[in-house]
Design a protein around this ligand. Structure first.
Ligand code: OSB
Ligand code: MG
Length: 375
C-alpha cells in the first residue's frame, strides 16, 4: 500500500425529488458527509457516509460521524501511513460502535485500493454479477389512492418489487389496496421499528392475508424476542435491518431465530468487508440477504451496487435509479433502470462513476482538508 497524504471531509445537502416519509419522520433534503482519501501516487478514493442530519434511524448523525472521523479515524490513517481496507477495519475495531463513520472511511479505502489496482470495486470484492436486481422503496403517502398511483408509476417505470413504509395507522388499508390493484405484485413492508411487540398478532394477520412477502424491522432494534415470535410459522419472511449492526448482533439474532432475511447496508455495518461477511453468514444459515439503501447519491449507490454483485445477495436490492432520488445525481454516468428491474454494475476502476464537479460544488455546504503532520 502507498502512503495516504490527504483527506477531505465534505458536507453536502441535496433536495430529494420528492419527500421520503417513514415511521420516524419526513426527509425532504438529505444532509450527509463525503470523505475523499488521496494516496501519494495521486489516486482518490471516495466514501459516502449514511449518517443522517438527526439521529432518527440510528444513534449516529452527521455530527457524531464527523467527530468520530476527525478525532479517531483520520489520526489512525496518519499513524499507520498506509492502510488497506481490511487492516483499517481490524484497527478501528478498538473503538465501539460508530459503524457509519467507520464505513465511510472503509469504503473510501476500498475505492482507492480498487482504483490503484485498476479493478472495478465489484471485482475487487469478488462480485460475479454484471447486473443486479433492484426494487423501489416507497415512503408513506398522503392518501391510499396516492400510494396506489405512485406504485403504479414505479411499476410502469419497470420496477418489479415494491417495498412500502408502514407504521401503526398506515398499514392494513395501504396493503389491501395495493393487493387489490396489483394481484401479482411482489410486496414488502418496512416499519423501521414502529410497532410495539403486542401488535404482532394484527401484523401477522394482514401480512398473511394480503400476501406480503417480507416484513422488515417491525419492532425496536433490541426486541429480538418479538421478531422471533413473529417469524415462528410465518408465511412471510421476517427481515432485520436496524437490529443488525455487526457480526455479534447477527449471531445473537440467529441464535434466537429472529430473522429469515437480512438487509445489509454496508454503511450501517462498518463497511463493505463487514457487509460481505454478514451476507455470507446469512447464506450459510440458509436464508437470503439483500442490499439496502439510505437514499445515497451515486457515490454510495456505486459502493452498494458493487456489494450487491456478490453471490449471497439474492433478493432484489433497495437501490433504485438515480432519478428516483436526485435530479441530477452528483455522479456521471447516473444509475438507470435496465431490463428485468436491474442496475448495471460499473466496470471502470474503483466505484466506476465520476463526480460531476459543478453539481457537487453547488450542493457543498462545508469543506475541510486534513494532512498528516509530517507530509
Ligand atoms: O429502513 O431501509 C430503510 C431510507 C432511509 C432510511 C432507512 C431506510 C430507507 C429506505 C430507502 O428504505 C432505501 C433506498 O435508499 O432506496
Ligand atoms: Mg429498513
Amino acid at each position: 500500500m502507498v502512503r495516504i497524504v490527504r483527506a477531505q471531509l465534505d458536507e453536502l445537502e441535496l433536495p430529494l425529488v420528492e419527500p421520503f416519509e417513514t415511521s420516524f419522520g419526513v426527509e425532504r433534503r438529505r444532509r450527509f458527509l463525503v470523505l475523499g482519501i488521496e494516496s501519494e501516487d495521486g489516486e482518490v478514493g471516495l466514501g459516502e457516509c449514511v449518517a443522517t442530519r438527526d439521529p432518527l434511524y440510528s444513534g449516529e448523525s452527521v455530527v457524531t460521524a464527523r467527530w468520530m472521523i476527525e478525532t479517531y479515524l483520520l489520526p489512525l490513517l496518519w499513524r499507520e501511513g498506509a492502510l488497506d481496507p481490511g487492516t483499517f477495519r481490524e484497527k478501528a475495531r478498538a473503538w465501539r460502535g460508530n459503524e457509519m463513520a467507520k464505513a465511510a472511511v472503509e469504503m473510501a479505502l476500498w475505492d482507492l485500493w480498487a482504483r490503484r489496482h485498476r479493478q472495478s470495486l465489484s471485482r475487487a470484492l469478488g462480485g460475479r454479477r454484471r447486473r443486479v436486481e433492484v426494487g423501489v422503496s416507497v415512503g408513506i403517502q398522503p392518501t391510499v389512492p396516492a400510494l396506489v398511483r405512485r406504485v403504479g408509476e414505479y411499476l410502469a417505470d419497470g420496477y418489479r418489487r415494491v417495498k412500502i413504509k408502514v407504521r401503526p395507522g398506515w398499514d392494513v388499508d395501504a396493503v389491501a389496496a395495493l393487493r387489490r390493484e396489483f394481484p401479482d405484485l411482489r410486496l414488502w413492508v418496512d416499519a423501521n421499528q414502529a410497532y410495539p411487540a403486542p401488535a404482532a398478532g394484527a401484523l401477522r394477520r394482514w401480512a398473511t392475508k394480503y400476501r406480503v412477502e417480507q416484513v422488515e424491522q417491525a419492532f425496536p432494534e433490541h426486541a429480538l424476542g418479538a421478531h422471533a415470535r413473529l417469524a415462528r410459522d410465518a408465511r412471510f419472511r421476517v427481515c432485520l435491518d436496524e437490529s443488525i449492526t455487526d457480526s455479534a448482533t447477527l449471531e445473537a439474532a440467529l441464535e434466537m431465530r429472529a430473522l429469515t432475511s437480512l438487509n445489509v447496508k454496508a454503511g450501517r455495518v462498518g463497511g463493505l468487508g463487514a457487509g460481505r461477511e454478514l451476507g455470507e453468514r446469512a447464506r450459510a444459515a440458509g436464508f437470503p440477504a439483500w442490499v439496502g439503501g439510505m437514499l445515497e447519491t451515486g457515490i454510495g449507490r456505486a459502493h452498494n451496487v458493487a456489494l450487491a454483485s456478490l453471490a449471497p445477495f439474492t433478493f432484489p436490492a433497495d437501490l433504485s435509479a438515480s432519478d428516483r432520488y436526485y435530479q441530477p445525481d452528483i455522479v456521471d454516468p447516473p444509475f438507470v433502470l435496465g431490463p428485468g428491474s436491474t442496475l448495471a454494475v460499473p466496470v471502470g476502476p474503483g466505484i466506476g462513476v465520476n463526480v460531476v464537479e459543478s453539481t457537487y460544488r453547488k450542493h457543498l455546504r462545508r469543506h475541510r482538508e486534513f494532512r498528516p503532520k509530517t507530509a
